[in-house]
Design a protein around this ligand. Sequence first.
Ligand code: PGA
Length: 255
Amino acid sequence: MNKALRPAVIAGNWKMNKTPAETSALISEIKPLVANADCTVIVGVPFVDLSEALEAVKGSKIGVAAQNCHWKESGAFTGEISPVTLAGMGVEYVILGHSERRQYFGETDRSVNARLTAALAAGLKVILCVGETREERESGITAEVVRKQIKLALQNITGEQLKNIIVAYEPVWAIGTGLTATAEQANDVCAIIRACTAELYDNAAAQRLTIQYGGSMNAKNAAELLAQPNVDGGLIGGASLVAADFAAIATAASK
Ligand code: PGA
C-alpha cells in the first residue's frame, strides 16, 4: 500500500480556544469550505464545546475530537473526563500525548499508553502525538526519542487496534513558534515512525498507518509538507482557528 491509498487526515487542534457559541460559529464557517475536500477533516475542541461541535457538524463529514481523556472508565478522579463519556456523547476521536500535555501536565509515555488503551477500549479513535524538543534535535537523538515514544505508547496495542490510531509527528520546537520543519525533516521522521511501526507489527500495518505532521502547518506550507511520501495529513493548531486557512489545508490534502 502506498500513500495514495492511506486516508489523508486534516485535524484542527483548537487547544484552549473558543467558547461553545464560538465553536458553533467557526464550524458553520468551516463546513461549506470543506464540503468537497477529499480527505478526513476533524476538529479537536475543548471538552465543554463538544456538544456544540457535535451538533454543528451534523450534515457534514467533519469528525469531532476531544483533546485528552482519562485512563479509567470512571471513578474518583476529580476534574477528569472518561473516554466512555466521550464515546457515549458521540465523540469519535481523541488527541493524546500532545506535547503541551507532556510539558505542562506531567504526561508521560506510560500515561499516554494507559490513556490510549482506555480510549480504544471505549471505541474512540486516537490521534497519538509524538515529537522531539529542540534540544533533542540538536543533540542528534530525534530518531531515538520518537521511536521510544512510539514503542511505549503502543505497548500492548494489537495490530487490529492500530487501525484506529493516527500518529501525529509534532516536533516540539515547531509548535506555535512559526518554525516549521522542512518538508524533508518532516518526511524523514514520519518515515522513522513508519519503520518503527513495521518493526512492532508488520509492514502491512505500517503501510496502512496514517501519519500526520504538525507544527506551524499553514495554508502556505501545507502543500509541500503534504506532498511528502510519508506525510499523510496534518494536525493544525493556530491555522485551524481561521476557517479559510484550515479549509485551504484540507484542500491541499485532498487527493
Ligand atoms: P501549531 O500547533 O499549528 O499552532 O504549531 C500544532 C499543534 O500543537 O497541534
